[in-house]
Design a protein around this ligand. Structure first.
Ligand code: FMN
Length: 159
């Protein structure tokens, strides 16, 4: 016997997480991105991270095949960006400042941390796919404070 969806959501919702936008570029030159909280550090040597992508996500085919992607860790002032990159059927980049990183991938302005990654492996993870990236470039902003997600809502650090 296993827990049901509601129990799973309630239990896991009590684990406070940071919020990222994973960005990439398709072979036809289109910019793509989605809000992702299922992100974590995986290995120091080599430097690996992982993100988990829903198999039904609109950019699933792009993000699971693109050679490169970036993880943009959002600051607490970027809640509108987190909301925008989780909305279906809009141009998510409209009105959002960004520059170009390796492979012309969009890198979101004012993120707390940006990790530019080369996709090295993908693994099945139930209704998600686990994507492993080797971090080729890392930048961070010491004055930025992170945006959090906790119990179904956005939150800020109090320290
Ligand atoms: C705070 C937050 C965190 C999210 N984390 C993930 C995640 O880790 N993985 C994922 O596949 N989708 C995640 N999503 C959902 C996607 O951002 C997006 O809403 C979903 O893919 C629906 O849009 P789409 O069908 O156009 O992709 C998250 C959404 C929010 C608001």
């Amino acid at each position: 016997m296993s827990v049901n969806e509601e129990q799973f959501r309630s239990a896991l919702g009590r684990f406070a997480v940071g919020v990222t936008v994973v960005t990439t570029r398709s072979a036809d030159g289109g910019d793509h991105g989605m809000t992702v909280s299922a992100f974590c550090s995986l290995s120091l040597q080599p430097p690996l991270i992982l993100v988990c992508i829903d198999k039904t996500a609109s950019i699933y085919d792009i993000i699971t095949t693109a050679p490169n992607f970036a993880v943009n860790v959002l600051s607490m002032s970027q809640e509108p960006v987190a909301r925008r990159f989780s909305v279906v059927d809009i141009d998510r980049f409209e009105g959002v400042g960004f520059s170009r990183g390796r492979g012309e991938i969009p890198v979101i302005d004012d993120a707390v941390t940006v990790l530019e990654c080369r996709r090295t492996a993908s693994y099945d993870g139930g209704d998600h796919t686990i994507i492993i990236g080797e971090v080729e470039e890392a930048r961070w902003n010491d004055s930025g404070r992170p945006l959090l997600y906790y119990r179904g809502g956005y939150a800020h650090l109090e320290r």
